[in-house]
Ligand binder design. Structure first.
Ligand SMILES: Cc1cc2nc3c(=O)[nH]c(=O)nc-3n(C[C@H](O)[C@H](O)[C@H](O)COP(=O)(O)OP(=O)(O)OC[C@H]3O[C@@H](n4cnc5c(N)ncnc54)[C@H](O)[C@@H]3O)c2cc1C
Length: 267
């Protein structure tokens, strides 16, 4: 591994200042993606800024109209949180299905969202719920945050503080797992509030996106039959050694239907 400097920030301002001073620096959260990339030589930041000393980023609280989950909350924290289980149980289920216990103990919401892996689970839940992401300088809606493969609206020196999830939303997320990693070969999140139905798909190959045709159909009637004959846009899917684009598109439809059925059974 290329030598690098390590610093542990204790405030957001400190981390952002260091990031501005060294444009090639990287923030370190749980390290589950970044450290692997560094070991493989895919990333070689001269400076690692550890966020682990910024306690404020671990907050998880009910803010009246939204549930706030700080960027440093681990997947395991979300799974175990009585508040999440009460307010948005679908989110606890989503987090429980991520990887294995070790990754869940270290990996964070903020790291996962900033990384924007096209097969990650959080992205689908955040987009389907219509969450708002807060950074050190602005609020970004989930609709504007995700910009494709490993790409987000974050500026290179911008730090994600966490996400506001609107309350009164029901969420159901299902994925078909790549068996070695448990990343999604395809995953579907269906969210329903009083005002709208949102469907977000992950794992198809080009980054998370909303399946608007399914949303429109389910807004007319929230029944599995409404998805009959619908298929996501083929340009949104790609093939790799794990699955063909065609198979992923098929799975996306099946998973959306099952997620909807699950939601109806539990509500
Ligand atoms: C074996 C394995 C299996 C996995 N399976 C799944 C799965 O099934 N589903 C799933 O969703 N995920 C999966 N993951 C991903 C994992 O859940 C982590 O969430 C993810 O790797 C990144 O989170 P992290 O906290 O470790 O971030 P890090 O690796 O520390 O950072 C990732 C990137 O985000 C940036 N970053 C971190 N925090 C911030 C912040 N607050 N603001 C701005 N930028 C920031 C870093 O600079 C870096 O570029 C898996 C990972 C592994 C290793």
């Amino acid at each position: 591994m290329t030598p690098f400097e390590y610093r542990r920030a204790t405030t957001v301002a400190e981390a952002v200042t260091w990031l501005r001073d060294e444009p090639e620096a990287k923030l370190l959260a749980g390290g589950q993606s970044l450290l692997g990339a560094m070991k493989l030589g895919l990333a070689a930041p001269p400076l690692l800024i550890d966020l682990g000393g910024i306690e404020a980023l671990r907050a998880l609280r009910d803010e009246g109209s939204s549930l706030w989950i700080g960027a440093l909350c681990t997947h395991a924290t979300v799974v175990a949180s009585p508040l999440v289980r009460e307010c948005l149980p679908g989110l606890a289920c989503l987090a429980a299905g991520i990887a294995d216990q070790q990754v869940r103990n270290r990996g964070t919401l903020g790291g996962s969202l900033a990384n924007a892996d096209p097969a990650a689970c959080w992205q689908a839940g955040v987009l389907a719920c219509g969450a708002t992401l807060l950074t050190d300088r602005r609020a970004i809606s989930a609709d504007d945050f995700f910009q494709g493969l490993f790409s987000t609206a974050l500026e290179p020196d911008e730090l994600l503080l966490g996400a506001h999830f609107p309350l009164g939303v029901q969420l159901s997320y299902l994925k078909f797992e790549q068996p070695a990693s448990r990343f999604a070969l395809a995953g579907a999140a269906v969210a329903r509030s009083e005002s709208e139905v949102r469907v977000a798909l992950t794992g198809l190959g080009h980054g998370v996106f909303r399946w608007q045709e399914a949303e429109a159909a389910l807004s007319r009637r929230f029944e599995p039959e409404m998805l009959a004959g619908l298929r996501p846009d083929a340009n949104r899917a790609s093939s790799d050694l794990h699955a063909s684009a065609d198979y992923r598109l098929h799975l996306a439809g099946v998973l959306t239907r099952r997620a909807l059925i699950n939601m109806r059974q539990t509500s």
